[in-house]
Ligand binder design. Structure first.
Ligand code: DHB
Ligand code: FE
Length: 280
């Protein structure tokens, strides 16, 4: 049985919801009532304006109600929000950064991936499919001073576009790792090129996409969190030139600064990407 025949929106949605509850929810700060009121008011005003402008009917209102109920039942709120909302939160959060660009985290990060040295090979299955990829680079501060011992957390989809811990039948830490850079902030990560990723089409988000006539694709990407003591952590993704979905990523998370530079080498591909971190 291939992963493709068994992965479902409901299963990956439930995992993403569980992960969010476990890793993020406890750290959410209380928001003052005035701000809650202002933000909720403006979002509702926006909905009311759309209803008036387009003469939204009871049938359409009930379709929305049923769809919202299903998003929750499918566990797809993390997926919906990370695809259609997170990119603007990220833009606002990081607009004053001088160093490397960030982009959305998405729903599939898992903390505490296996610790690996500066020359690392990510965990893979026997016979893992895909083009071998050596991803190398250096972490510095914004003045170019190397950051010895910086951490590079990396996670990405496999050659079919599936993430470990969110699709069935993939070992827990497949294609995930926490790399510690050497004394000059350098790292070399041996992995495989990920495939483009299609957000699950069999759940509520898929229903919205097909009802609207949109497509469900994200371009192939590698996720990263790069950090060092005393510096701001960067959450980002890197992309491959020529991917047909670099221009119309459903999650609007591609930036020109995040393109890789693949070079053909013996037995695969090599990319180099350096990170500059802003002081905390
Ligand atoms: C989603 C998946 C991703 O791999 C990603 O990077 C962003 C969003 C999603 O399915 O919501
Ligand atoms: Fe992703």
């Amino acid at each position: 049985m291939t992963t493709e025949t068994t992965a479902t929106a409901a299963a990956s949605g439930a995992k993403a919801t569980e992960r969010f509850a476990a890793d993020k929810l406890a750290n959410v700060a209380d928001t003052p009532p005035e701000r809650v009121s202002m933000l909720a008011r403006e979002v509702l005003d926006g909905i009311h304006a759309t209803i008036r402008k387009h003469g939204v009917t009871y049938d359409e209102y009930n379709a929305l109600k049923s769809w919202l109920i299903n998003v929750g039942q499918d566990g797809e709120w993390p997926l919906f929000l990370d695809v259609w909302v997170e990119h603007v939160v990220e833009e606002v959060a990081n607009e004053s950064r001088q160093g490397s660009k960030g982009t959305i985290e998405g729903p599939y990060y898992v903390p505490n991936a296996p610790e690996l040295g500066s020359e690392a090979t990510l965990p893979t299955r026997d016979g893992e499919k895909g083009t071998p990829l050596l991803f190398q680079g250096q972490v510095t501060d914004t003045d170019g001073t190397p950051l010895a011992g910086a951490k590079v957390e990396i996670w990405h989809a496999d050659d079919e576009g599936y993430y470990s811990q969110f699709a069935p039948g993939i070992p827990e830490w497949n294609l995930r790792g926490t790399v510690t850079c050497d004394g000059e902030g350098r790292f070399w990560i041996h992995t495989l090129r990920p495939a483009p990723y299609q957000i699950p089409t069999d759940g509520s988000c898929g229903k919205l996409i097909s009802a609207a006539g949109w497509h469900a694709w994200r371009p192939a990407h590698v996720h990263l969190k790069v950090s060092a003591d005393g510096y701001q952590l960067v959450t980002t993704q890197l992309y491959f030139p020529g991917d047909p979905h670099n221009e119309d990523d459903i999650a609007s998370a591609v930036k020109p600064e995040l393109m890789l530079d693949p070079r053909q080498v013996d037995g695969g591909e090599q990319v180099t990407y350096d990170f500059a971190l802003d002081r905390a």
